[in-house]
Design a protein around this ligand. Structure first.
Ligand code: DGL
Length: 265
């Protein structure tokens, strides 16, 4: 089974395109809603929470884990990959960076994300590794996640804040924007509109899905281990009714059952 882990609901924006592209596999989703947001927390805390999540998912039989959360991918992925060396854990930053590097013509890329992700400079570092001539302009957008979780992301208040966040980035003459947070695809149209026609904005979930498909083709030994029954399981560390409501309202996932799990004492 492929497991996806996120701090809460956001990773469902990655799960949905994954299921669409690779429907044959079994999926288990875990949202740590009780401790969301991760984007404002210290690296030490994000690592601790992520370890608990990853151990739970391996116990459930995950053969491959994707840290759908950008903050986890930025702050904890390297640690997790070193600690669980013989297991497979993939993040979301590398595929997004590869896509952005191949898209930009001007070699000027914008990145938006949580405070934790932006402060970590993980996107800058990964882009630098691919092409040191690329200039990266980042903007943390901490107020967007709560608006999106409230289902308020199309309200004028949210759009005003988004415009303000993007004002500086717009002046940097970038031609590509990375949505470096699980929630932002739910505001995709507005990001694209405010950045203007000259800036390419892509859907991170679709990029991750393409990249996973490619990865599994290149690693048949891992692909062979994945169970293929088309099963989907959803779990959260907090209220299952809230989880179901968000998933069905915002992502039209039509989830019937969500289980509550305990990751810590
Ligand atoms: N999932 C987080 C991310 O992609 C956003 C929500 C949070 O701060 O926990 O960075």
């Amino acid at each position: 089974m492929i497991a996806l882990f996120d701090s809460g609901f956001g990773g469902l924006t990655v799960l949905k395109p994954l299921i669409k592209k690779l429907p044959q596999y079994d999926y288990l989703y875990l949202g740590d809603n009780a401790r969301t947001p991760y984007g404002t927390r210290s690296q030490e805390t994000v690592i601790r929470y992520s370890e608990q999540a990853v151990e739970y998912l391996f116990d459930q039989g995950a053969e491959l884990i994707i840290t759908a959360c950008n903050t986890v991918s930025a702050l904890a992925l390297r640690h997790l990959q070193q600690k669980y060396k013989d297991r497979k854990i993939l993040g979301v930053i590398r595929p997004l960076v590869e896509k952005a590097a191949e898209t930009t013509k001007l070699k000027r890329i914008g990145v938006v994300g949580t405070r934790g992700t932006i402060a970590s400079e993980s996107y800058d570092e990964e882009l630098e590794k691919i092409d040191s001539e690329i200039k990266v302009y980042s903007q943390a957008c901490p107020l967007l996640v709560p608006f999106i979780e409230e289902g308020w992301h199309n309200k004028p208040e949210a759009l005003m804040i988004l415009k303000k966040y993007l004002r500086d980035l717009k002046s940097k003459n970038t031609d590509t924007l990375i949505l470096g947070c699980t929630h932002y695809p739910l505001m995709y149209r507005n990001f694209a509109k405010y950045m203007g026609k000259k800036v390419q904005v892509f859907d991170p979930g679709e990029v991750v899905a393409d990249s996973l498909e490619d990865y599994l083709q290149r690693h048949p030994e891992i692909e062979a281990r994945l169970t293929k029954g088309g099963k989907r399981k959803y779990s959260t560390t907090d209220r299952t009714d809230n989880f179901k409501q968000f998933a069905n309202r915002e992502l039209k996932l039509n989830i019937k059952e969500v289980s509550k799990v305990k990751l810590w004492e």
